[in-house]
Design a protein around this ligand. Structure first.
Ligand SMILES: O=C(O)CCC(=O)C(=O)O
Ligand SMILES: [Fe+2]
Length: 382
């Protein structure tokens, strides 16, 4: 059948041809199967979707008592650790066997973009998006210069934090205390990051207004370094997860990211289903996610890109096999009611007075230190 395209229609490509009965049956069967699969997945989340088919009653629930723990012991929260165990070692072995690809090998995966609609669509579908030219080359240089200087000073003081064997990577913690260029980027000022306001806008949509800072650190990865275990960044949060992320890790790429250069490994789309359910729960087959297309890929992005991630997506630091060094700043932000702490960060434990004085109100709020009362309060006055 030949049809001419209606030029006034918003549809692109061929006009749809009405389906015959057989095609409709096949399509409905497929839809039925996918709904069944999704229902299966949601069984871990009865409160979310399965109220009617759930046979629990107040009596059965009260008799069970408090069962939010993982069943291994009464005081172990149901967090991600036991589920992630199935992936132990795989970031390394999959790299050794050539089973990690460049994200640019897949047309449909996120590419650097400045279009907010595209960035949001990528974030929803794949669990990450790439903000193009988020820093200009001059802005990147200013960050790298300060990072290299600080890293060297920490090595000279024997205070360097090495995160891979043989000193092939160095972490520079607590960047908000270590330079105005970092503070300005952390609060998205255009003077430090030309597309900072766009990143801020995306993060506000992800976490709501008033989100806080978990940590901001410099990541320096030399040849042979950088590899981490595959993880999610909200692993500390007890499950089941609600249909939204608790935070967002963003990575300011100061140098080129790709497979050889130690670009972040990620399992695109591993964070949620189309209907919004988390894919991460007790029965999840995470290996199957690695085995299905696109599987485990290394994010490809030029210097100046800002990678924005959903804290539910499977990912990890990638191993750099090329010579030279990967420089980046990683900042983890959280919803405002989550305490502004991170396992790596001690930034809030002691803020030197000279730094406290130059912190903006927003940074203090982000760090959870908007109050600094030097006089004793209430009964402490006695
Ligand atoms: O540095 C990277 O590429 C990723 C790091 C990461 O996943 C993390 O620090 O949580
Ligand atoms: Fe991470």
């Amino acid at each position: 059948m030949s049809e001419t395209q209606d030029k006034s229609s918003s549809a692109s490509g061929e006009l749809p041809v009405p389906a015959d009965a057989q095609e409709t049956i096949v399509r409905l069967q497929a839809e039925n199967a996918s709904l069944r699969a999704e229902l299966e997945q949601l069984r871990g989340f009865p409160a979310v979707a399965l109220e009617e088919t759930d046979d629990r009653t107040w009596e059965s629930e009260m008799a069970k008592g408090i069962t939010y723990a993982d069943g291994v012991s009464h005081d172990s929260a149901r967090t991600s650790g036991r589920i992630l165990k199935q992936l132990t070692g795989l970031s390394g072995t999959r790299g050794d066997t050539g089973q990690i690809w460049d994200s640019s090998d897949f047309d449909y995966l996120p590419k650097p973009s400045s279009d907010q609609g595209q960035l949001e669509a990528d974030f929803v579908r794949w669990g990450y998006c790439l903000v193009e030219d988020a820093m200009s080359p001059e802005q990147v240089n200013a960050q790298v210069d300060r990072l290299v200087e600080q890293a060297e000073a920490e090595r000279n003081l024997d205070q360097a934090i090495n995160t891979s064997a043989n000193k092939t990577s160095q972490l520079v913690n607590n960047l908000v205390l270590k330079g105005q260029v970092f503070r300005d980027a952390v609060e998205f000022l255009e003077s430090a990051a030309q597309k900072g306001p766009l990143v801020d806008e995306l993060l506000t949509k992800i976490m709501g207004k008033g989100f806080g800072l978990g940590c901001a650190h410099g990541s320096i990865v030399h040849e042979g370094g950088g590899l981490q275990e595959i993880h999610i960044d909200q692993g500390i949060v007890p499950m089941p997860y609600p249909p939204f992320p608790f935070g967002s890790l963003i990575i300011w790429c100061y140098t080129e990211f790709n497979l050889d250069n130690g670009g972040t490994y990620i399992v695109p789309g591993s964070h949620r289903s189309a209907r919004g359910a988390t894919t991460f729960h007790a029965g999840s087959d995470l290996i199957a996610m690695l085995d299905s297309e696109p599987g485990l890929v290394a994010i490809c992005a030029p210097p100046g890109t800002c990678i924005v991630t959903d804290t539910r997506v499977l990912h990890c630091g990638g191993k750099r096999t090329a010579s030279g060094t990967r420089y980046a700043m990683r900042c983890h932000y959280n919803r405002h009611y989550i305490r502004a702490l991170h396992e790596h960060s001690q930034a809030n434990l002691h803020v030197p007075n000279d730094v406290y004085q130059v912190l903006s109100d927003r940074l203090k709020h982000m760090m959870g230190i908007s109050m600094n009362i030097s006089d004793p309060v209430k009964e402490m006055k006695a």
